[in-house]
Ligand binder design. Sequence first.
Ligand SMILES: Nc1nc2c(c(=O)[nH]1)N[C@H]1C(S)=C(S)[C@@H](COP(=O)(O)OP(=O)(O)OC[C@H]3O[C@@H](n4cnc5c(=O)[nH]c(N)nc54)[C@H](O)[C@@H]3O)O[C@H]1N2
Ligand SMILES: Nc1nc2c(c(=O)[nH]1)N[C@H]1C(S)=C(S)[C@@H](COP(=O)(O)OP(=O)(O)OC[C@H]3O[C@@H](n4cnc5c(=O)[nH]c(N)nc54)[C@H](O)[C@@H]3O)O[C@H]1N2
Ligand code: SF4
Ligand SMILES: [Mo]
Length: 694
Amino acid sequence: MRTSSFRACPLCEAICGLEMQFEDGQMVAIRGDDADPFSRGHVCPKGNAILDLEADPDRLTSPVRKVDGEWQPIGWDEAFALAGRRLADVQKEHGPAAVAAYLGNPNVHHFGHIAYLPSLLRLLRTPNLYSASSVDQWPHQFVNALMFGHQFLLPIPDIDRTDYLLMIGANPVASNGSLMTAPGIPRRIKELTARGKLVVIDPRRTETAELASEHHFIRPGSDGMFLVSFVQALMRQGPARTAHYEGKIAGLDDALKAIAEVDCSDVLDVTGIDADTVGRLAAEFYAAPSAVAYGRMGVSVQRFGTLCQWLLQIANLYTGNLDREGGALVNEAAIPITGPGTSSGHRGRWKSRVRGLPEFAGELPVAVLAEEMQTPGEGQVRALLTVAGNPVLSTPDGRNLDAAIDALEFMVSIDFYINETTRHADLILPPASPLTQYHYDLIFNAFAVRRVARINVPLRERNEGERADWEIVNGIAAAYAEASGKPWQALPPPKTMIAAGLAKGSSGLALADLEAAPHGLDLGPLRPSLLSRLETASGMIEAAPQAMLDELQTLRDGLAEAEPQRPLRLIGRRDARSNNSWMHNAQRLVKGKTRHHLLMHPTDLASRKIESGARVRVRSRVGVIETEVIASEQMMPGAICLPHGFGHGLEGVRLARASQVAGASYNDLSDAMSLDGACGNAALNGLAVEVEPA
Ligand SMILES: Nc1nc2c(c(=O)[nH]1)N[C@H]1C(S)=C(S)[C@@H](COP(=O)(O)OP(=O)(O)OC[C@H]3O[C@@H](n4cnc5c(=O)[nH]c(N)nc54)[C@H](O)[C@@H]3O)O[C@H]1N2
Ligand SMILES: Nc1nc2c(c(=O)[nH]1)N[C@H]1C(S)=C(S)[C@@H](COP(=O)(O)OP(=O)(O)OC[C@H]3O[C@@H](n4cnc5c(=O)[nH]c(N)nc54)[C@H](O)[C@@H]3O)O[C@H]1N2
Ligand code: SF4
Ligand SMILES: [Mo]
């Protein structure tokens, strides 16, 4: 007999409700849950691929330990004790900084990771904390902290009600939306373009651009100039509409004055978009009944990412669209992640040892991780904990990081795959399937385009001999505490923690209310709330943070950095059938044509006498990779495009299917020295490269 269970998908920010069908305890099918009021039946190929993940023979289900280069089984208690003792020993001998931790993207998708790891990390007391955030959304968090006083006071585009969406450097039709949890993006975009307008600015004519009202190519990395020019054009349309923010805003005149002073006379040369077009878009944006400017990976993970995020909010502010329906609104999450007792996002409490880069929100930029391992001296990193991450493929100059990790004294990973990074571990602790655990999306409920809440209950028991993610974190912490003589108290199970979290919020919801709604709860559209929640010292929106005025000064110099021997600009790409570096082992996703090739405009191929389909070498300052190139009119001439997360053919990796679609790693080209100057986020997009026949 078939039975159905319902759960939010843990694979991306869209948190679609899934209907999972079981037969005799075996999961046999997955469909979008039509009764989920938020996702309304939406599902993508990845959601279905959970079937492959659950049945993957390469997936670890119990701990393994490397002995003389061979993986051997080890019991849980012994594994915890070994991890705790080795981490404590390294710190005893070399000091607390000698242990580093790296947390990867899936941490955010699992309550048993995100709610439990902070206590383990506090126990380790190391300055060397790293995560995928510094190759991703740091610029957003940083701007939120500067302007609104909290890293998670995040303005979200009100996509369902806006009349005009200016979207720059985002491709939600492939990515399913980011820092904008909105399941079923294509439907939402179709409704938007029927009601108003979507304008996409992107060096590639993407899947989203295809659905947009209008698309413009932009030279990679030149968005800072485009947005300055755009705000200048808004200023020519009429006065700032700031009545709404009266008494709640500081520095707007200073910000506008500094923006007005930037010389944008050559905006066409720099960006590829002419001044008339910028002016027309600004006029439309200013005149629209409601409008919102939004940018993601393409504008945040580049040299001027933070500046771009600030300029986007200035555009929203100037036109009165910040904290307004149809504009950009901050969610009021049922389990609060802002306000008392949360981490607002401080900066500079410590610095990285080698390059002296400041900490942000408790972490150092991951671009410095390799040098912290490779540079001798007091505080050198000698041991590593990774949790749900693959920094060898995901962070800049991955090949060098790979070598640095290989030379460590000890490494322990919480992960269920032996991937390009965890192959170096001495010990791997694999969590049981997330489907066996209580889960509440702390982050994505809070970043959603509606006020939603949902508890996910276990769909089945975990198998005999498996451990849940939160039990593993507790297990390592307890063993480490014992070995290091530090006091420690285990955290209670997720259900208890979720109930406690709800009690801290003002939604009035209790656990039982969520449990009574197996398809999730819709609590209504977003509402203005930012002005009453500001956490800046002044209690006002700080429109002109000094760090942003400084970046404006360097914008022109930064854009002028020419590299004649590397004239092409490399950008990334996401595909609906891919998920960063780790789902290429799922048969449902990798079957059919390969997806890791380089895209290049025909004229750029012709001028280099390269045929479409040929193998090419791509060179950057730090590395060279080989891959296949395909001619594509989707690309702006001068810009070339490669997805990240490939490069699976490395020795010792246990990903049988992924290794057949190995591809090359983007991050063997990206540069650990090339950062967003304002916050230290990696500048992965807009990389200067050259291509030659292989
Ligand atoms: N060039 C370039 N580089 C990029 C990007 C880009 O656009 N271009 N994007 C960046 C972005 S946005 C991100 S978020 C990062 C991602 O970078 P990472 O977070 O470092 O890597 P992932 O590929 O997400 O690897 C996830 C790992 O988690 C494991 N995993 C999955 N689910 C679970 C679980 O439930 N528990 C545990 N313990 N492990 C689990 C998987 O097996 C896999 O090994 O990559 C970044 N790197
Ligand atoms: N299918 C799938 N979905 C995913 C992921 C995945 O790997 N696969 N990863 C998830 C993660 S971790 C994240 S963070 C989100 C990211 O979500 P998005 O940011 O929406 O996804 P990207 O495809 O990286 O979109 C970035 C866009 O910026 C463009 N771009 C690159 N450089 C520039 C530039 O200099 N200027 C401008 N204007 N545009 C530029 C690229 O062409 C691309 O279209 O996606 C999530 N969803
Ligand atoms: S869009 Fe995201 S949340 Fe929805 S099914 Fe696909 S991977 Fe899962
Ligand atoms: Mo990400």
